[in-house]
Design a protein around this ligand. Structure first.
Ligand code: CA
Length: 525
């Protein structure tokens, strides 16, 4: 009973599913994931339908298109970003594998050459391409170490930055994506750049979210042969906003900023865990402006999809790679922590006729996304053995069969390991691991020499803003139970903490207690 401690759900949803020829066809898939878009930056959480679902207030954001989309979608309240940092998330998203297996253990830049997506890793786009899909990628990739392969200046990085963060991805590393309009990472929202399928650079000098939506609409319209019209398509759209910078009108559209300009901190910061004395505090107005910018452009994409008559047979997903703390918990670091603001992400899936609108508390980890998407597309037989997550599509689909659902989610935080004489990082320091159940969040941090450094332990039911860390040594039964869950997850993931026997006394003492009936409510709330 050490691993895969999970719950078998009964058959859900007995309603007949109407099957016409359109719905029998392989569905198109559009996967939209702005960077650093936190789960509370969706206005609908404060509406009556969602009362009591999450326990915290929505940010004071204007998100009418996302609110409407949620009303047509499966809304997950317990989706997490397993390693809430750009590159590790993207590696897991694409491969369904944990960072140590897919190669992306740290945020990619030229000083961390070891952290890069393995060229031989099987990505979701490799599988969909083989299954007859036409795959396209638009926006930020940030899953590879930069190489000296600038198409306009061979033998050099794409810029002279040190370290270099941005990257060009050549065709042989695109993993089945045959339409390409992307870059590595670059944070100037109104002056973005991209390399296209042929490796030609584009500098459109406009708001990146608008520009990328225009490109996505071109892809949908297909007037210039952007895609193979005889195939279903898979399009990933990776906006950079509302990621930083968020310090001036250079970073967002003024029409969006005007919605927040006159709000004071008591209106902008509705979370009681926010410290508005931090110098970061003015950022909220610009951050929320970009949330609204993303909302507007996402709405434009959905409208086009409908106008083209593609909406009925297209799965549309909206999520993010991780959240943003925005002054909560007194930290300047927006991500890479287990706090709800960083670790939990929005996740909405719209699939007309196959998935009904509801809120669902099934826990979705980043490694589950690839197998679940393949399952939604009816390609469960093509889920590669290398994928380490679960196919949760039966839970989400109307005619879902019995299915294993997770009882907890794993959390991973790695920092730079040893630096070599070449000044480059050659390993990881696995600073923290943690678990989240439907009620508790626990993070354990170690020192560089492997000793226990800190335990964060939150009761998310009674303390949804995680203002009070429960003393673990005064609650041995709770702590032991959570350590047991964590130990099971680490073993399941063959994590470095498991392989190297980090904190052996603590893990051994915890043992593997009998499972607590974690899981979702039958009514899906
Ligand atoms: Ca990111």
């Amino acid at each position: 009973m050490k691993i895969n401690r999970s719950i078998i759900l009964p058959l859900t949803g007995m309603a007949a599913v109407s099957c016409n020829s359109a719905e029998d066809a392989m569905p198109n898939i559009i996967y939209v994931f702005p960077d650093q878009f936190r789960i509370s930056s969706l206005a609908f959480w404060d509406s009556p339908e969602y009362e009591g679902v999450v326990g915290w207030k929505a940010d004071p954001v204007h998100t009418p298109n996302l609110d409407g989309f949620a009303g047509e979608s499966l809304v997950l309240s317990s989706a997490v970003s397993t390693c809430p940092l750009s590159s590790p998330h993207r590696g897991m998203l694409l491969t369904g594998m944990y960072p140590e297996r897919n190669g992306v253990t740290l945020n990619c830049n030229s000083l961390r050459p070891a952290s890069t997506l393995r060229p031989d890793a099987t990505c979701i786009s490799d599988v969909l391409d083989a299954a007859g899909y036409f795959c396209g990628y638009i926006g930020k990739l940030h899953a590879e170490t930069p190489m000296k392969n600038n198409p306009d200046n061979p033998g050099h990085y794409v810029s002279d930055s040190n370290p270099e963060w941005d990257a060009y991805t050549p065709p042989e590393r695109r993993h089945g994506f045959r339409y390409w309009y992307s870059y590595g990472t670059f944070d100037v929202h109104k002056n973005p750049h991209y390399w296209d399928t042929e490796g030609v650079r584009h500098d459109p000098h406009e708001y990146s979210v608008k520009h990328e939506t225009d490109k996505a609409i071109e892809f949908l319209r297909n007037r210039n042969g952007e895609r193979d019209a005889d195939k279903p398509f898979f399009l990933m759209l990776a906006y950079n906003p509302p990621h930083s910078p968020y310090g001036s009108l250079d970073d967002c559209m003024e029409e969006d900023y005007s919605l927040y300009r006159d709000l004071d901190y008591s209106e902008l910061y509705v979370r009681p865990n926010a410290d508005t004395t931090l110098s970061k505090a003015p950022a909220a107005r610009y951050y929320f402006a970009n949330v609204t910018g993303v909302d507007r452009e996402f709405g434009r994409l959905l409208a086009e999809l409908k106008d083209l008559g593609l909406d009925r047979n297209t799965i549309v997903i909206f999520t993010s790679d991780h959240g943003e703390t925005m002054c909560s918990h007194g930290t300047y670091d927006p991500k890479n922590s287990i706090y709800t603001e960083s670790y939990c992400v929005p996740y909405m899936i719209r699939y007309p006729g196959r998935i009904r609108h509801r809120v669902d508390s099934t826990m979705l980890s980043t490694t589950d996304i690839m197998p679940t998407l393949l399952g939604l597309a009816g390609l469960e037989d093509m889920i590669p053995d290398s994928a380490e997550g679960l196919d949760l599509s039966p839970v989400f689909l109307e005619n879902g069969r019995e299915c294993i659902v997770p009882d907890a989610t794993l959390y991973i935080r790695n920092l730079d390991g040893e630096t070599g004489t070449d000044g480059k990082v050659h390993g990881i320091f696995p600073e923290a691991r943690g678990v989240k159940t439907d009620r508790y969040t626990m993070e354990i941090t170690i020192t560089r020499d492997g000793q226990l450094s800190r335990v964060l332990l939150f009761d998310d039911w009674n303390d949804p803003y995680q203002m009070y860390s429960i003393p673990y040594d005064e609650n041995p039964e709770l702590f032991s139970g959570l350590c047991g869950l964590l130990a099971g997850k680490l073993e399941e993931a063959d994590d470095i903490w498991y392989r190297k026997g980090i904190l052996p006394d603590l893990m051994e003492q915890a043992g593997f207690p009998a499972p607590v009936p974690y899981g979702r409510n039958d009514n899906g709330q």
